[in-house]
Design a protein around this ligand. Structure first.
Ligand code: BGC
Length: 578
C-alpha cells in the first residue's frame, strides 16, 4: 500500500535537516509559492511517500539479521533455576542461618496483577519495517547531535518487532502474568493520520493473541512518546490543538480493532515527562512562536484533552474497558519542618502529579497553584471540556520509581514566583536526594546515568496512601512502572557478573513488601508492572543505562534472565492469596 502525504517545507533553517539526503525530486510535486519577500518564509509543498519522508528527515537506518517474525526457541531449563539467595531476611538472635520469614498478616489479593512493561520505540527496532513512518525519536536519535549521549538509536533495539513471541514465552515461563506494551502510532498511521497501515494492525493482533496463548494478560499504551514526525512537522505536535482530533482518531482505530481482546488501556505515558521535552531542539522540527517556558503547559493542555477524548470514545466503544493515563513521580518529603518547605511541597505536587491528576480525578481543571501560572496564557477549559476531563481515569496508574526531599528555593518562593529568570521558575520548589545535613542520601543510588533515581522504597507506603487519600481513584492504584538502573551494569563484561543484580533485586523485594504494608493499611493497590521486561533504549542515555530484569546481548539478540526477575516473581508468589 502506498502512503503519501503533502508536506510544506520552509526554505532556510528547516531544510538543514535534509542536508545529507538526496532530495526525492521524482515524487516532488512542483507547487512552489512565494508567500513574502524574505527567503525564510518561502514555502513549497511536496507529495511525499513514507520512504521519501525517511530519506529527508532521518536518513539510512540499521537492520538486524532476524527480520521476519520468529517462533520462540525453547527456553533452557537451566535458565529457570532460581539464583542463589540474594536477599537476606534477618538472622534471628543467635542463629547461623537466615530466618525464612513470612509475615502472615500480609497478602496480595487473588486478582492482584503483576507484570512487566516495555515501550515500542525502546524495544521494537525494525523502524522502517512494514510501512512504519518516522517518529520524532527517529530524528532525535539520528540527526540531533549529542541528544543521545551514546549516539545510539532505536533502529534495532531489542528486535522485539520480530522476536515478540519469544519475549512473551519467556515471561510466561517465569510465571509473570501481565505484559504491558505500547503501540507505535506511526506504524498504524505512518503520517499520524490518514491511511491506516493494515500490516501494523495485523502485527499487534498477533502480539496480543500470543499473550493470550501463553496465559499472559496484555495491557496496551497508545502513546509512549513516539509522536509521528509528520504531526510535529506540520503543526507542532502536542503544542497544537490539532493533536486532539488526530489522537482521538488513532485511538478509535486501535480501540475498534482490539477492544474485545485487550481489557486494560493506558492512553498517554507520563505527560509530565514528554511535555517536558518541549521545547524540542531547534531547526529539526516545525518552528514555534510559543515561548519556551509555556511549551510544556500547552502540551499538557492538549494531552489532557486528547486523553479524555480518547477515554470517552473508548468507553463508548466498550464500556467494560479499563482506561487510564499513566502519570509519574515520587513522594515529596518536606526537607525540614519549616512552613516554607511545606509550601514548596504543595507547589511540587501542583506542578507534577496534580497537574494531570487533579483535572482527571478531582475537578476537571488545574490545581490553583498551577492555574495561577498557566491562566496567564492558556485558554480556560470550557464547561464541556471540564466535564469530559473530570472522571476520565478508571485507575490511578503511577510510574513511581523513587522519592525526593523538597524545599523552598534559597531566595524564597515569593521571590522566585516574581522572577521568571529564576532557574526554578515557574515551579519554584527545589529537590534533593540528601537528608538535611547534606551527608546521607535517601537510599542507594542507581547508575550515575540516572541521577534522579535512588532506591527509596521506605517511602512507598506513605506515598500510596497519599495518592489514595488525595485523588480517591475509584478503581484503585496501579504501580504501572517501577525499577532501578543497576549501578555500572554496562561496565560488566562477563555474563555471570551481569546476571546477578543485587540492588535491583533488593529494590523489587523491598518495594513489593512496601506495597504489602500499604495493602494492610487499606490502600487499594491493584497491580504492578516492573520496568522493564529487558534492557532497552533508555532514551537520551541510549543503551548505557540498564533497567531490564532480563539482559539482552545486543549483538546476538539473545535474552537472559537476571536474578531480579526471580526475586520479583518469588516475593509475589509468596504472598499471593491462594
Ligand atoms: C518511562 C520509560 C523509561 C523509564 C526509566 C519511565 O519514565 O516511561 O520509558 O525508560 O522511566 O527511565
Amino acid at each position: 500500500m502506498a502512503f503519501t502525504a503533502v508536506l510544506a517545507l520552509l526554505a532556510g533553517a528547516r531544510l538543514a535537516v535534509s542536508q545529507n539526503s538526496s532530495f526525492p525530486t521524482s515524487t516532488a510535486a512542483a507547487n512552489a509559492t512565494q508567500t513574502s519577500s524574505g527567503t525564510g518564509s518561502l514555502t513549497t509543498t511536496f507529495e511525499l511517500s513514507v520512504d521519501d519522508f525517511w530519506d529527508i528527515y532521518v536518513g539510512p537506518v540499521s537492520t538486524f539479521s532476524i527480520n521476519t517474525t520468529v517462533e520462540p526457541t525453547a527456553i533452557p531449563s537451566s535458565s529457570l533455576i532460581p539464583p542463589p539467595s540474594l536477599y537476606y531476611p534477618p538472622f534471628p538472635g543467635g542463629q547461623q542461618v537466615p530466618l525464612q520469614t513470612k509475615n502472615e498478616s500480609w497478602q496480595f489479593p487473588k486478582d492482584f496483577w503483576y507484570g512487566v512493561a516495555g515501550a515500542a520505540y525502546q524495544i521494537e527496532g525494525a523502524v522502517k519495517a512494514e510501512g512504519r513512518g518516522p517518529s520524532i525519536w527517529d530524528v532525535l536519535t539520528h540527526r540531533v547531535t549529542n541528544y543521545i549521549v551514546t549516539n545510539d538509536t532505536g533502529d534495532v533495539a531489542d528486535n522485539n518487532y520480530y522476536q515478540y513471541k519469544e519475549d512473551i514465552a519467556r515471561i510466561a515461563a517465569l510465571g509473570i502474568k501481565t505484559y504491558s506494551f505500547s503501540i507505535s502510532w506511526s506504524r498504524i498511521l505512518p503520517f499520524g493520520s490518514g491511511t491506516v497501515n493494515e500490516a501494523a494492525l495485523a502485527h499487534y493482533d498477533d502480539l496480543i493473541d500470543t499473550c493470550h496463548q501463553y496465559g499472559v494478560t496484555p495491557m496496551a499504551t497508545l502513546y509512549h512518546w513516539d509522536l509521528p514526525l509528520y504531526l510535529q512537522n506540520t503543526y507542532g505536535g502536542w503544542l497544537s490543538d490539532s493533536i486532539v482530533a488526530d489522537f482521538t482518531e488513532y485511538a478509535r482505530i486501535v480501540f475498534n480493532r482490539y477492544h474485545s481482546k485487550v481489557h486494560y488501556w493506558f492512553t498517554i505515558n507520563e505527560p509530565i515527562v514528554f511535555c517536558g521535552f518541549y521545547p524540542l531542539p531547534q531547526n529539526y522540527f516545525k518552528a514555534t512562536t510559543i515561548p519556551d517556558v509555556e511549551q510544556p503547559y500547552w502540551c499538557g493542555h492538549h494531552a489532557l484533552l486528547a486523553h479524555s477524548s480518547a477515554y470517552r470514545l473508548g468507553k463508548s466503544i466498550n464500556s467494560s474497558l479499563s482506561i487510564s493515563f499513566k502519570t509519574n513521580g515520587g513522594y515529596k518529603i518536606p526537607r525540614t519542618d519549616s512552613s516554607a518547605d511545606a509550601d514548596a511541597v504543595q507547589r511540587a505536587w501542583a506542578f507534577n502529579e496534580a497537574w494531570f491528576a487533579d483535572p482527571v480525578f478531582l475537578t476537571g481543571d488545574y490545581p490553583s497553584l498551577l492555574k495561577d501560572f498557566v491562566s496567564g496564557f492558556l485558554p480556560d477549559f470550557t464547561s464541556e471540556q471540564i466535564a469530559q476531563i473530570n472522571g476520565s481515569g478508571d485507575i490511578f496508574a503511577h510510574d513511581a520509581y523513587t522519592s525526593d526531599f523538597v524545599m523552598a528555593p534559597d531566595s524564597g518562593i515569593a521571590a522566585c514566583v516574581a522572577n521568571s529568570s529564576n532557574e526554578l521558575y515557574p515551579g519554584c520548589y527545589n529537590t534533593t536526594k540528601l537528608y538535611a545535613g547534606d551527608y546521607w542520601a535517601i537510599g542507594p543510588a542507581g547508575d550515575p546515568g540516572t541521577p534522579w533515581l535512588n532506591k527509596a522504597t521506605d517511602w512507598v507506603p506513605v506515598f500510596l496512601k497519599y495518592i489514595q487519600d488525595t485523588w480517591k481513584p475509584r478503581g484503585g492504584i496501579a504501580v504501572s512502572e517501577f525499577g532501578i538502573s543497576e549501578p555500572y551494569e554496562e561496565l560488566r563484561t562477563s555474563l555471570p557478573s551481569i546476571l546477578i543484580d543485587p540492588l535491583r533485586s533488593q529494590y523489587y523485594v523491598d518495594y513489593m513488601q512496601a506495597i504489602l504494608i500499604a495493602l494492610s493499611e487499606g490502600v487499594n493497590v491493584v497491580g504492578t508492572l516492573a520496568w522493564s521486561i529487558y534492557d532497552n533504549l533508555e532514551w537520551t542515555s541510549g543503551y548505557s543505562v540498564k533497567f531490564g530484569i532480563q539482559y539482552v546481548n545486543l549483538t546476538t539478540q539473545e535474552r537472559y534472565f537476571k536474578a531480579s526477575a526471580f526475586e520479583y516473581v518469588n516475593i509475589i508468589e509468596k504472598y499471593l492469596e491462594k
